[in-house]
Design a protein around this ligand. Sequence first.
Ligand code: TNX
Length: 510
Amino acid sequence: MAACQTEKKEINFPKTDLASAPLIPKPVKTIATHTAFGLDSSTVIYTTTTDPQFEKVGKFLSEKIKGKTGLDLMVNASPDGGTGRLIYINQSDSTALETPESYQLYIKKDSILLNAKTAAGAFRGIQTLRQLIPEKSNDTLTDHPLWVIPSGKIMDSPKYGHRGAMLDVARHFFTLDEVKKYMDALAYYKFNILHLHLSDDQGWRIEIKSWPKLTEVGGATEVGGGEGGFYTQEEYKELVQYAADRHITIIPEIDMPGHTNAASFSYPFLNGNGKKLEAYTGTHVGFSTFDAQKDTVYAFLDDVIGEIAAITPGPYFHIGGDESHSTKKSDYIHFVEKVEKIVQKHGKTMIGWNEIAQAKIAPTSIAQLWNEPHNAIRAAENGSKIILSPAVKVYLDMQYDSLTKLGLHWAAYIPVDESYNWNPETYVEGLPKESILGVEAPLWSETISNSAELEYLAFPRIIGVAELGWSSSENLNWDDYKVRLAQQVPYLKEMNINFYPTKLVDWEKE
Ligand code: TNX
């Protein structure tokens, strides 16, 4: 009883400022009211219960709060008859919520209300809330630890429905745990897409039951001669579920007709370059190709795409299509058009790198720009949507500068400000805004083979890409952003994420 009485006492919060909280991506609109919500052990989380997905979001929040503060908050149950402060995650049909991922967050002294149309929106909203919880409790305001969350309103909505990261697990294999760790950070910054580059010359990384040698032979190699690896279909499903729990969609990519040495080495009838096949563990590109004239190649692809499509709940299948320098142009076009039909037959939307715009692709298919604006424009003129991944801005495998040990620099050296300082809406001259599906940052893995190396190239640049994909153009500002970026250090440390401490940012000292 005594505890309850303490709870009800007014707390004299120090003046807070929600508007200067280090949120990334920066929300569309923030209004500070300069008092606070005190998060403590009596706080309870309630959610809409008609949609079980909302309850899951509540549980996710509770787990994360426990990890950060040690508080063990109940979800949709209350320990003491409901005297504590309340976090309510509410399904709302308000028309002010413009997209499925939009949310509104109202933080008052005694309650936090999060409104969203869908569980995905609620999930994005709780990331904002997580970012608002301070590292340390304030132990002077009350007789027990209290985490002071600045009060006010946040109205937020993503600019793009596609905010992605791509990971190349083919050049070097990454384990389930390594991929999950990356996904945890992506979710924290509101990404909703993880594109997995599952095959290349150096390795084939996903079990195909009807063609077992793909992994037995093609899965056993990687750049530099290491042992490679692959995901069984059960393991891939585990990744898909882990992503779904974070409202992230997995896009599987099987790169073709080039980048196919590992597949052809496993099944030589696929090969179209007429050369003797050997395992490849170097880093050149453009030497391999499927035979675009053989029916058996398309029968094979029907099996491969069918098996992957069956365990991929997301709407997309990525066919690669880049750098097919050993495929005749007419064969390349024929190939892309045939494979598009196979992808569609299995109920998926085709995505391919910008080269696919040379073929007559359906307006529903999507082109991913990496190096050729003219092909992106061509695809857009055809009605296709475009994903922006310009190598000179968001290739995370590009070195920061000439001193960076990991990474490549064929496209550019990309310092942290360079990778943030561009506007997706105007980057490709002549590309209408309406054609842009979103942004995606690829991380190719020729030079990296574990989490620490992956993170060193990805962080902090990937955090900036999160903001480019989510925040409105008016809210993009390097000077403002770099101050918020500096304050990500406690999160990165807590998550044990390695990052490149660029001198362009005045990093928060611990
Ligand atoms: C180009 S970008 C590639 C990849 C390489 C990357 C290295 C693209 C679609 N193809 O095969 O890994 O450069 O930066």
